[in-house]
Design a binder for this molecule. Structure first.
Ligand code: 5GP
Ligand code: ZN
Length: 115
């Protein structure tokens, strides 16, 4: 499996950096964002190192489909029962900060939110 020794999320996958894990199997890890924007803020990542969504190819289709398909149960279990947002930031113009592909799952009531 592809692994980048300098990558923050690869280090989380390897257990070198601690995280609050929610789900894990051979392919995917889900953990709480360290700086949540909402009551529910999970990050879904492939365990293999894929830097950005722009690096995804058809061979990753099953992996990404699996990630997408597990979102409803994760959202429900985390308490995002009235909807959620799934966001993938890609590259510099997409505002990506960590260059290991990840999907944000953001939900829960946000009474302070304007838009
Ligand atoms: P991006 O801007 O790349 O889409 O999002 C990166 C996310 O990773 C941010 O929401 C940030 O809070 C989160 N993050 C950065 N470093 C860590 C960390 O060490 N642990 C966890 N759990 N989340 C992190
Ligand atoms: Zn990585």
């Amino acid at each position: 499996m592809t692994h980048d020794p300098n990558c923050l999320f690869c280090k989380i996958v390897a257990g070198q950096i601690p995280s609050r894990k929610v789900f894990e199997d051979d392919d995917i890890l889900v953990f709480h964002d360290i700086n949540p924007w909402a009551p529910v803020h999970l990050l879904l990542i492939p365990k293999q190192h894929i830097a950005t969504h722009a690096d995804v190819t058809p061979e990753h289709a099953a992996l990404l489909g699996k990630m997408m398909a597990m979102v409803p149960v994760l959202a429900r279990d985390a308490g995002a029962t009235n909807g959620f947002r799934t966001i993938i930031n890609t590259g510099r113009d997409g505002g990506q900060e960590v260059y290991h592909l990840h999907m944000h799952l953001i939900g829960g009531a946000r009474p302070w939110k304007q838009g």
